[in-house]
Design a protein around this ligand. Structure first.
Ligand code: 4NP
Length: 146
């Protein structure tokens, strides 16, 4: 089974949204793909996603309420086939902890672009993140299952 891990800074905004969108599409299409998310930082470990992100996601039918934040660990490189970072800083932090010779695909989720951090911005930022996640998840599924 292909295993996908999304990684942002706090694991309460961007990567939980990516996890929720991919989970929903995997379920709807009956695919066998495991999905998780984590943060490079551990400040929010154990917390549910940010309530603004939960609300924006639920508005589109994605229920993030069961998710809890956790910090990424070097062991994740043994477990997951794809480790997808939300921005360049997340990617740099992941490269710092990646065990030498790991077999995971490690890259930014959007390729060249960063997913902007909505944490300190207005409500529009959360919807924008969901727009980006929905499009990028479709591309990822075309890559994994195609
Ligand atoms: P995320 O957003 O990385 O998309 O989960 C953030 C959440 C919390 C913080 C920063 C970014 N923070 O500094 O607490």
């Amino acid at each position: 089974m292909t295993k996908v891990l999304f990684v942002c800074l706090g694991n309460i905004c961007r990567s939980p949204a990516a996890e929720g969108v991919l989970r929903a599409k995997v379920k709807a299409r009956g695919l066998s793909i495991a999905v998780d998310s984590a943060g490079t930082g551990g400040w929010h470990a154990g917390d549910p996603p940010d309530e603004r992100m939960r609300a924006a996601a639920l508005n589109r039918g994605y229920d993030l309420s069961a998710q809890r934040a956790r910090q990424v660990s070097p062991d994740d490189f043994e477990t997951f086939h794809y480790i997808l970072a939300m921005d360049a800083s997340n990617l740099a932090n992941l490269k710092d902890i990646a065990p030498p010779g790991h077999g995971a695909v490690l890259r930014k989720f959007l390729g060249k672009d960063d997913v902007p951090d909505p944490y300190y911005g207005g409500d529009d930022g959360f919807d924008h993140v969901l727009d980006l996640m929905e499009a990028a998840v479709d591309e990822l599924l075309a890559e994994i299952s195609g």
